[in-house]
Design a protein around this ligand. Structure first.
Ligand code: COA
Length: 260
């Protein structure tokens, strides 16, 4: 696909999806939203892919937001459609049955932070900056940012970032719980790929159970979520991987998991 706004590369069982519009700081236009949706559908369906790393091309940005040039002329109905298109894609990322790591190599602003918040782990370069600067454009976040930021970092942090619109650095983002780890920029890729390889070697059905329990479970009431966890826990006893993992522990050897 010569015109694709994405680069897709497999490193063993780790798929790396790179938003590739570096001259626009990887801004999300409609074509990029659709390409990401298709790429995540494909990664979900491909059994050979056991973990995904999502990042941005070039030295400056993960994703600097939704494409402002494309948004500037939208009508209200088109604005609603654009929000839905972005939200659907990001929900697809959040509900992936395999872990997704956001490798935040630079600016993650607006739609960029919204996208990163749908990933299951966020690893940032110390040079990265994150924020919800939509207010500076007379806009509000529309790809889930008002909701996911408040759930991830609390209402106070969400109000501060969205109302003031000022980006924060990676260290503050870590203090607020928005990113999991901050690494020197030069080590970001190698360390993120190590984590991804660890996930790719883990038991895929157990990873999926954890993702379902934590992502779905945190969106429903506690009683129902605990029942859901119990059902998932019972189900995992039907897997060969669970037998392999426990047997390997007892036999003092390394387990080999196959997603069965
Ligand atoms: N949408 C569309 N284009 C964008 C963009 C976005 N969200 N963010 C950056 N770009 C484009 C710029 O227009 C510029 O294009 P040009 O070279 O054709 O003029 C190019 O990317 C480089 O950006 P530039 O602003 O020159 O880089 P900078 O290093 O001076 O500033 C930022 C970097 C991230 C601070 C700045 O680009 C910015 O504020 N971007 C918008 C962030 C934002 O508001 N995101 C939320 C959108 S809802």
């Amino acid at each position: 696909m010569p015109d694709s706004p994405l680069l897709i590369n497999d490193h063993g069982a780790v798929r790396v999806v790179t938003v590739n519009r570096p001259d626009k700081l990887n801004a999300l236009n409609a074509a990029t939203l659709d390409a990401l949706h298709a790429a995540f559908d494909a990664a979900a369906a491909d059994e050979a892919v056991r973990a995904v790393v999502l990042t941005g091309a070039g030295p400056k940005a993960f994703v600097a937001g939704a494409d402002i040039a494309e948004m500037a002329g939208l009508t209200p109905v088109q604005g609603r459609d654009f929000s839905q298109r972005g939200q659907r894609m990001m929900r697809r990322v959040e509900r992936m049955p395999k872990p997704v790591i956001a490798m935040i190599n630079g600016f993650a602003l607006g739609g960029g932070l919204e996208l990163a918040m749908c990933c299951h782990l966020r690893i940032a370069a110390d040079s990265a900056k994150v924020g919800q600067p939509e207010i500076n454009l007379g806009l509000i976040p529309g790809f889930g940012g008002t909701q996911r930021l408040a759930r991830l970092a609390g209402r106070a942090a969400a109000l501060e970032l969205c109302l003031l619109g000022a980006p924060i650095d990676a260290a503050r983002a870590q203090q607020l719980g928005i990113v999991n780890r901050v690494l020197p920029a030069a080590e970001l890729e190698a360390e993120t790929m190590k984590l991804a390889a660890q996930l790719a070697a883990a038991a895929p059905l157990a990873l999926r159970g954890i993702l379902d329990c934590i992502v779905h479970g945190s969106e429903i009431g506690l009683e129902e979520a605990l029942e859901f966890e119990t059902a998932q826990f019972g189900l995992i006893f039907s897997t060969q991987d669970m037998r392999e993992g426990t047997a390997a522990f007892l036999e003092r050897r390394k387990p080999a998991f196959h997603g069965r």
